[in-house]
Design a protein around this ligand. Structure first.
Ligand code: NAP
Ligand code: G4F
Length: 323
């Protein structure tokens, strides 16, 4: 039985990846840090909360990571833990860097020193590209120009992953994933904020959604599809980096169109207001990925499209709120 260690097990991707790996007969270990109000709702939502072996550790604490690596002796390590909210990274740049940048380095070092045969996956991000692509389309060769402390921290972790592969021969890959969402996406991210808000408006529980920049465009996919690409990257002969995306981009206005129309509301203007608090000091205007390499080498492609994704999320929020 293969053993996988997932950091970020309580997050969106950690839960979907754990479900995928359990279905492939892995023994799944999830790294859990000490926080006051522990929340296993994502694992519960997917019905796998009893199936994970929890191990104590924090990405900022190297001793705990060494201990976990020595105890678990994993075949595969998926480093999904992060301060993952871009907006917060301007308010808390040091915490963001401690976790995302130095935390990744500590984990790489623990593996290199104590269990170097483990294959390593790093959760990199399309945020690393910034606005650098003049045609707005990004692939593995697009230059990086990070536009937030979050993106900078992730770029450090990305290059460290590449460096540990090149310097020490570790099987270390960096998956450059574009935005991916699901019914268990955190409510601070714009997709879930909108689907939750639309469901509340439909049920008479709210009358407004406050948003920032409605003109931003993202290449949104379904998290359940994207975790499969993570696993595939670690099953290849050679460690390599891949862009994972749908190749289609949509604005926040289009997201609002689909979500409101799904509950029978055509004119959403009166329910949406602009609040400058949700605008960012530096914006990333448009992300559209090109997934040719993943299609060709991993035989991967997304299954859920944008409209299906938004409707799935609205339906899940309606169901949850009705309960
Ligand atoms: P998420 O829902 O925000 O989950 C983050 C996870 O990290 C949580 O389980 C959290 O645990 C854990 N964590 C945070 N700080 C930690 C620390 N110091 N030590 C141990 N665990 C810690 O994120 P996600 O959407 O699943 O994303 C997964 C990864 O992919 C992240 O690294 C993110 O930056 C990256 N990524 C995401 C996307 C996307 O669109 N979703 C795209 C590209 C890259 P607690 O429960 O303790 O808070
Ligand atoms: O949903 P968002 O907060 O996601 P963002 O910033 O693109 O980051 C997500 O995807 C990255 C991959 O590209 C990940 F690395 C990262 O961890 C995270 O998962 O914002 C999307 C867009 C932005 O342009 C933002 O300015 O929506 C815009 N927006 C407009 N109003 C808003 C709001 N975003 C949020 N969160 N809240 C608003 O009210």
């Amino acid at each position: 039985m293969k053993k996988a260690l997932i950091t970020g097990i309580t997050g969106q991707d950690g839960a979907y990846l754990a479900k995928l790996l359990l279905g492939k007969d892995y023994k799944v270990y999830g790294l859990i840090r000490r926080i006051v109000n522990r929340d296993f709702s994502n694992l519960e939502y997917l019905g796998i909360d009893k199936d994970i072996e929890l191990v104590d550790g924090d990405l900022t604490d190297e001793a705990s990571l060494i201990n976990v690596i020595k105890t678990v002796k994993p075949d595969e390590v998926y480093n999904l833990a992060a301060q993952s909210f871009v907006g917060t990274s301007w308010d808390q740049p040091l915490v963001t860097s401690e976790i995302n940048a130095l935390g990744t380095l500590k984990l790489l070092n623990a593996i290199k020193t104590h269990w170097p045969t483990a294959k390593f996956y790093q959760a990199a991000t399309s945020e690393m590209f910034g606005n650098s692509a003049t045609d707005g389309i990004q692939n593995e060769n697009t230059p990086f120009h990070p536009r937030s402390p979050y993106a900078i921290s992730k770029l450090f972790a990305h290059w460290m992953t590449v460096n540990y592969k090149e310097s020490f021969g570790m099987f270390a890959v960096s998956g450059i994933l574009f935005n991916h969402e699901s019914p268990i996406r955190g409510k601070e991210f714009v997709t879930r904020k909108i689907t939750d808000g639309v469901a509340k408006i439909k049920l008479g529980l709210a009358d407004e959604i406050k948003l920032g920049n409605l003109d931003a465009k993202r290449d949104w996919g379904f998290a359940g599809d994207y975790v499969e690409a993570m696993w595939l990257m670690l099953q290849q002969e050679e460690a390599d980096n891949y862009v994972i995306c749908t190749g289609k981009t949509h604005s926040i206005r289009e997201l609002l169109d689909v979500a409101f129309q799904h509950v029978g509301i055509k004119d959403w203007d009166k329910y949406v207001s602009i609040d400058p608090r949700f605008k960012r000091p530096a914006e990333l205007h448009i992300l559209t990925g090109k997934n040719d390499k993943a299609k060709e080498k991993l035989n991967w492609q997304p299954k859920v499209d944008f409209e299906e994704l938004v409707k799935m999320m609205v339906d899940a929020d309606l169901k949850r709120l009705k309960k």
